[in-house]
Design a protein around this ligand. Structure first.
Ligand code: HEM
Length: 152
């Protein structure tokens, strides 16, 4: 096994972990919100953040680093700045995904958690969290499509 094969293995494993947690997180949050139990909501969102800090952050790092090393530098077999363009597209979409999953969605969950902790009778805020989850999911599937099919 060459070093490049090791990079590719890390890349695909990281992609499995990163993309695999998206539907898991979505279903868990949806289920717990449907239960309408504020203490359970706050606790689950806390736990979700704890888990994601330990899964999503390292796997996104491994994915980015292995992808860059396969397309730029001494071990590269693909080009980051030329055809086929899938590494460039992957890089661009990964940045957008990081904005959605590391900035926008956590802010939504934070608002929901504050609402749950406050025991307020008001309507739950950040109801658009589902739309952002779906957008993130669609971005994840689009990257995998470009990585596997490599249409241009
Ligand atoms: C969310 C982001 C990403 C996901 C889910 C992802 C997923 C994948 C998957 C599943 C493959 C294997 C495709 C196959 O062998 O048919 C692959 C290959 C590859 N990816 Fe990514 N990738 C992502 C981001 C990136 C980035 C940011 C780069 C580069 C900067 C990159 C560069 C590459 C390269 C060069 C290969 C080809 C490996 C080879 O066939 O020799 N990827 N990616």
């Amino acid at each position: 096994m060459e070093f490049y094969d090791g990079l590719k293995l890390i890349h695909v494993l990281a992609a499995m972990f990163l993309i695999g947690t998206i539907p898991f997180d979505y279903l868990l949050v949806r289920r717990v919100l449907a239960a309408r139990d504020p203490s359970r909501i706050a606790k689950t969102l806390d736990d979700l953040e704890w888990v994601e800090n330990r899964i999503a952050i390292p796997t996104a790092g491994f994915l980015l680093l292995s992808g860059l090393l396969m397309s730029w530098g001494p071990w590269a077999r693909w080009s980051l700045f030329g055809a086929p363009w899938f590494p460039t597209v992957g890089l661009g979409l990964l940045v957008v995904m990081l904005i959605v999953f590391a900035a926008i969605l956590p802010a939504k969950y934070k608002a929901i958690r504050a609402w749950a902790n406050g025991g307020s009778q008001a309507q739950m805020p950040a109801k658009d969290w589902q739309a952002w989850s779906f957008l993130g999911m669609a971005l994840g599937l689009t990257v995998v499509y470009f990585m596997v099919v490599r249409p241009f």
